[in-house]
Design a protein around this ligand. Structure first.
Ligand code: HH2
Length: 287
């Protein structure tokens, strides 16, 4: 089935492709992934970069500001509900004028999608990382695709709805164990997996805070950890502010996440995040 559904990307299969993410992770400093939403309805930037020219300007700006990776998505996953499902043809139509041109800017590009067909298209267009907000558990072809193309895949924890009675760290660990089983069965190499607790997804605000506070527990999987707290609602629960005024909270959460073991930070605000992480590292180095 995968060949029929994902044939768009097969021509570009290259098993000896360079491994940009592994090279970046070997630098030994936290990496910054800049978010580019080519959507009209993202919770954080609601349509600001829906226009392809603006999206490409933003991609170039984020790289100039120090982004190591660009994460490009064309369907809002709206962690707080209300996402409008986008047909796969429309998702690709939104990406077409942006993603291949963004790849040419030189930074590795990850494709933020739940659909293996979109991921296959993006890999064929030059993306080199898959970002799956359903952790390989929504569509099994995602794991098969990651295995076939030998690309890194970000496995994010997610739930349809939050349940405040859950031990959220146990729930995340159980979810990751399932994702890793799926990945292994499909032939995804362990070293090609990045784990992400999915801040704001299927979690109460307190559970999002806990996931950052106890992030270190997830190091037991022996895989790099990614945290994306940028502008998310848990910040406003502690310190009320609309999404575009949550920079201070985002930075505090990300500095704590790195202190607790995150290797990659996903953010809308690259320049401020890069600066904050550099200063935090400079202070830590003197301790
Ligand atoms: N958060 C969002 C989307 N994709 N991917 C990963 N791996 N981790 C995250 O925390 C994450 C993600 C939500 O943020 P944003 O892209 O700004 O919003 P939207 O999904 O509404 O476009």
């Amino acid at each position: 089935m995968i060949d029929a559904r994902l044939s768009a990307g097969c021509a570009s299969r290259n098993t000896s492709a360079p491994k940009p993410l592994a090279r970046l992770l070997a630098l030994g400093r936290p990496l910054v992934m800049g978010v580019l939403n080519v959507t009209p309805d993202s919770f954080s930037d609601g349509g600001e970069f829906f226009d392809p020219a603006r999206a490409l300007d933003q991609a170039g700006r984020m790289i100039a500001e120090g982004a190591d990776i660009l994460d490009i998505g064309a369907e809002s996953s709206r962690p707080y509900g209300g996402a409008v499902p986008v047909p796969l043809e429309e998702e690709i139509r939104r990406l077409e004028p942006v993603l291949p041109a963004a790849v040419k800017l030189g930074a590795p590009v990850s494709i933020d999608t739940m659909k293996p067909e979109v991921a296959a298209w993006a890999l064929a267009a030059g993306a080199s990382i898959i970002n799956d907000v359903w952790g390989l558990q929504r569509d099994r072809d995602m794991a098969r695709l990651a295995a076939e193309r030998t690309v890194p895949v970000i496995v994010m924890h997610n739930r349809e709805s939050a349940d405040s009675s859950l031990d959220i760290m146990a729930e995340i660990a159980k979810f990751f164990a399932r994702s890793l089983e799926i990945a292994e069965a499909a032939g995804v190499a362990h070293q090609n997996i990045v784990l992400d607790p999915g801040i704001g997804f299927g979690k109460t605000p307190e559970q999002s805070l806990i996931a950052i506070a106890r992030l270190g527990e997830l190091k037991s999987f022996g895989l790099p950890l990614l945290v994306g707290a940028s502008r998310k609602r848990f910040i406003a629960k502690v310190s009320p502010a609309p999404p575009d005024q949550r920079l201070g909270g985002s930075i505090a959460a990300h500095v704590m996440a790195v202190a607790n073991g995150a290797s990659i930070i996903r953010t809308h605000d690259v320049a401020d995040t890069v600066q904050a992480l550099r200063i935090a590292a400079a202070i830590r180095d003197l301790q």
